[in-house]
Design a protein around this ligand. Structure first.
Ligand code: PMP
Length: 306
């Protein structure tokens, strides 16, 4: 591997990276029946610290609910395994990927007796959309693919199968020369990115699609709403945003554990605001990085120190 890591935690044991294998007839491979998380551990003055790990664990367990999937490990076991994985590999900052999926038993769509297999990996992962993107913003395209409606598949559960839609939208955008996509929901309103939530700034107020817009309840979304409110902004987080509002926004940005806070400078080649990172985006991005890298002692309860 080229990720400078050698260990994966799998079904209760630490195994060599190359040995972390599953059967080709695993249910999750055939039907997309896995639930997963993506969290970041930041290199802080007090050592590595996982940002909002408890909320990621909450969401992991919540994602199993619609699938009646039982993770055969406790929260504490998963947490201890993750911390140990980071320590063993001497990682300072890293991305953390826990996954639970229906494994190998029989190949009916009904998972029946399939075991729930669980694995956790952690590896160094730089900026998701590029360092330059954080500063100057990215070009995005409104995808021709619509997001699954939450009446078709629970979009608030972070399920592996959902990401086929993310791939279609993201690759369509990249084939057309854009860095990322914006995906509309079935009603044609703005939902989110393939792996990001979206925010809009207009006249000094902040807007983000509500949870009923078929989005993932993003942990970074929640963080940015909190940071914005603490700084006195009016945040409208239970609204529908029409496609046209993207073009007339003063500022737009994506949030996500991987994408962090990434400005959007153009949508379908229409320049947003003055075509660079806007002042509100910059303030919240700065607040976000000050927080996660612990240049402030605010919200210490959001950190799990390794
Ligand atoms: N929406 C989707 C579809 C995602 O995959 C992600 C990344 N998990 C997000 C939003 C952002 O969520 P979070 O801030 O919790 O990473």
């Amino acid at each position: 591997d080229d990720m400078d890591v050698d260990t994966i935690w799998m079904d209760g044991e630490f195994v060599d990276w190359d040995d972390a294998q599953i059967h080709v007839l695993s249910h999750g491979l055939h039907y997309g029946t896995g639930v997963f998380e993506g969290a970041r551990c930041y290199d802080t003055e007090e050592g590595p610290a996982i940002f909002r790990w408890e909320e990621h664990l909450d969401r992991l367990f919540a994602s199993t609910k619609p699938y009646d999937m039982e993770i055969p490990f406790s929260r504490e076991e998963l947490s201890e395994a993750t911390l140990e994985l980071i320590r063993r590999q001497n990682l300072e900052s890293c991305y953390i990927r826990p996954i639970a999926f229906f494994g190998y038993h029989a190949l009916g769509v009904s998972p029946g007796e399939c075991p729930t297999d669980v694995a956790i990996a952690a590896w160094p992962w730089g900026t998701y959309l590029g360092e330059e993107a954080l500063e100057n913003g990215i070009d995005v395209m409104v995808s021709s693919w619509r997001k699954h409606a939450s009446s078709q598949i629970p979009t608030n559960a972070k399920t592996t199968g959902l990401y086929v839609n993310s791939l279609l939208a993201g690759e369509e955008a990249r084939r057309n020369g854009y860095r990322e996509a914006i995906v509309l929901n079935k009603e044609g309103n703005v939902a989110e990115g393939p792996g990001e939530n979206i925010f809009l700034v207009r006249d000094g107020e902040i807007f983000t699609p509500g949870l009923s817009e078929s989005i993932l309840d993003g942990i970074t979304r929640n963080t940015v709403i909190t940071l914005a409110e603490e700084r006195g902004y009016e945040v409208h987080d239970n609204v529908s945003i029409s496609r046209g509002e993207l073009n007339t926004a003063d500022e737009l940005f994506f949030t996500g554990s991987a994408a962090e806070v990434t400005p959007i400078k153009r949508v379908d080649n229409v320049t947003i605001g003055n075509g660079s990172r806007g002042p509100v985006t910059e303030e919240l991005q700065q607040a976000f990085f000050d927080l996660v890298e612990r240049r402030t002692d605010d919200h210490d309860d959001w950190f799990t120190y390794v």
